[in-house]
Design a protein around this ligand. Structure first.
Ligand SMILES: *Cc1c(COP(=O)(O)O)cnc(C)c1O
Length: 215
């Protein structure tokens, strides 16, 4: 599919939900994609990209950013605390703050580098042991730690629904949690389920395969 196809899909879902397309940020997930695949998107005007590995992102985006300085990079993968320094230096938004040790490492680096990046808390809505994210029952306490104790700029919540479940339930749950905390931003929805995510108030959708797979 092309960028135009996805944008039409976003517009259609927004219309159905009586929302404005400009309130939904399309994050083009460029993990595992090389420059040859990314360049056409940049040339079509896409500027917001998502990556899930710090090292891979640095190698790819340091040169690309020299040519496209207004690119905005979102980190969407599991982050090890010892990569916080590099992540804070490279990325503009972090979607996967999910445990106290990482929150502390990020807060320390953001202060040191004077880069108070907007962050999302990742919530493990499906309680999957192999997946990142704070448990829903620990979310309120963790939010308080992140904001009141560590001074992180938490702007919203993020989730990745279990593949075998109906994503709508997870999107609705994430929205409910965000409302309870007074958070306006929701990072949810991927290639297979972004229209549903938009109907359930997503503000940031993360699209990989649908944008890059030639059909
Ligand atoms: C890879 C990835 C995506 C994109 O998934 P697609 O199904 O390819 O659109 C979105 N979010 C996260 C966290 C990812 O790792």
């Amino acid at each position: 599919m092309t960028l135009a196809t996805i944008k039409a899909g976003i517009a259609a879902a927004c219309k159905e939900a009586a929302r404005k397309p400009e309130d939904v940020t399309l994050i083009a997930v460029s993990k595992n994609r090389g420059e040859a695949e990314i360049l056409p998107l940049l040339e079509s005007g896409q500027r917001v990209f998502g990556e899930n590995r710090v090292q891979e992102a640095a190698e790819k985006w340091l040169p690309l950013r020299a040519r496209f300085p207004d690119v905005e990079l979102h980190f969407i993968g599991q982050l090890q605390s010892n990569k916080a320094k590099e992540a804070v230096a490279l990325f503009d938004v972090i979607h996967t703050v999910d445990r106290p040790s990482l929150a502390e490492a990020l807060a320390k680096e953001m202060q040191k580098q004077n880069r108070p990046l907007p962050c999302f808390i990742q919530v493990n809505t499906g309680a999957e042991p192999q997946k990142g994210g704070i448990a829903p029952e620990e979310l309120a306490g963790f939010y308080k730690t992140c904001t009141a104790d560590l001074g992180l700029n938490i702007i919203g919540l993020m989730c990745i629904p279990p593949v075998e479940e109906v994503p709508e339930l997870h999107f609705a749950l994430l929205h409910k949690h965000a409302r309870a905390l007074g958070l306006a931003q929701l990072s949810m929805g991927m290639s297979g389920d972004y229209p549903a995510a938009i109907r359930l108030h997503a503000t940031h959708i993360r699209i990989g395969s649908a944008l890059f797979t030639v059909m």
